[in-house]
Design a protein around this ligand. Structure first.
Ligand code: RIB
Ligand code: CA
Length: 306
């Protein structure tokens, strides 16, 4: 099967870790590059975590490039309260045996995209700072980007602020640049992320599946994105699920903009489902999910890992 070439831009992060695992062991995806960004924890930790994950998955052949250490304009805000100080609290990973590549994330993404025979899909599961910088510094990359699938935003309420989801809320200007880039974008936001829950019985099932399941279980015990006993939110895996199991979603074409000036609503994604803003559609949004199908997909995906 011809695998879809992808770049994963990430801030691992416990939910990032599972999304990366599923992508790495999918028969349908070819992970060409992992780029890191400051988000859940600082750039040094997200980069170290990405390297530790590739060591764990025996995939250190995949290059890791270091990205932005802060948002474009606003002060950086972490989410260590959700992921722990290390960003992947709960499991003792071995140290990586490779270092990040010398090129920074933006230059590395440009190289992979411009040299690829097949258009690249960018899977963004952290703040969009690197993606915005790439599009501003090297706009020519747009000709060989198939689409951007981003975990972030919300058609309703937030998880960072009243109206802002974390990835968009940390760097709203970066998200604004993406949504005004003209690229094919799919927003996989809280509308599905809040429902994509791993229940206790799912955690118990994956624990004994394999090494990845055991690792995931240990991380889940510390993860504060939801609760172990009522359901853990697998936000970032929903972006991978869009590529591998799109049938679990209800997807609509719409216009999405990002509030930048609001004193209380900065980082809010305005998902204009009813056309109030009278703008042409610029994105797809996953507006609903079959949560049971997601749970089954998630478990089957972990089963494919080591
Ligand atoms: O809002 C959820 C997003 O913020 C996820 O990507 C999670 O890892 C955090 O980065
Ligand atoms: Ca993330």
């Amino acid at each position: 099967m011809n695998k879809r070439p992808i770049i994963i831009d990430t801030d691992p992060g416990i939910d990032d870790a599972l999304a990366i695992a599923i992508a790495l062991y999918s028969e349908e995806l070819d992970v060409k590059l992992i780029t890191t960004v400051a988000g859940n924890v600082g750039i040094d930790k997200t980069t170290y975590n990405a390297l530790r994950l590739l060591k764990f998955f025996d995939k250190e052949n995949i290059p890791v490039a270091v990205g932005a250490d802060k948002p474009l304009i606003r002060p950086y805000e972490d989410a260590s309260s959700v992921h722990g100080k290390s960003g992947m609290e709960g499991y003792e990973f071995e140290d990586p045996t490779v270092a990040p590549i010398t090129e920074n994330a933006v230059n590395a993404m440009r190289k992979v995209i411009m040299e690829s025979k097949e258009a690249i899909t960018i899977v963004a599961i952290g703040p969009l700072t690197n993606i915005a910088l790439l599009l501003k510094v090297y706009p020519e990359v747009k000709e060989n980007i198939k689409e951007v699938v981003m975990m972030g935003g919300s058609a309703s309420r937030g998880n960072k602020g009243v109206m802002s989801e974390y990835n968009v809320g940390v760097d709203p200007e970066a998200a604004y640049i993406l949504f005004h880039s003209g690229l094919d974008i799919t927003m996989v936001g809280l509308d599905v992320g809040m429902k994509a829950l791993v229940l206790p019985e799912d955690s118990e099932a994956i624990k004994s599946m394999n090494k990845t399941g055991d690792m995931a279980y240990c991380l889940f015990k510390k993860y504060r994105g939801g609760s172990f006993n009522t359901g853990l939110k697998m936000y970032d895996s929903t972006a991978i699920a869009y590529l591998l199991a799109p049938e679990i979603y209800e997807v609509v074409d719409t216009y999405i903009d990002v509030e930048l000036a609001g004193t209380m609503t900065a980082g809010c994604t305005l998902v204009d489902l009813r056309g109030y803003l009278k703008q042409p559609n610029n994105a797809k949004v996953c507006i609903d999910i079959d949560a049971d199908k997601f749970r089954e997909w998630f478990k089957e995906s972990i089963r494919k890992c080591i």
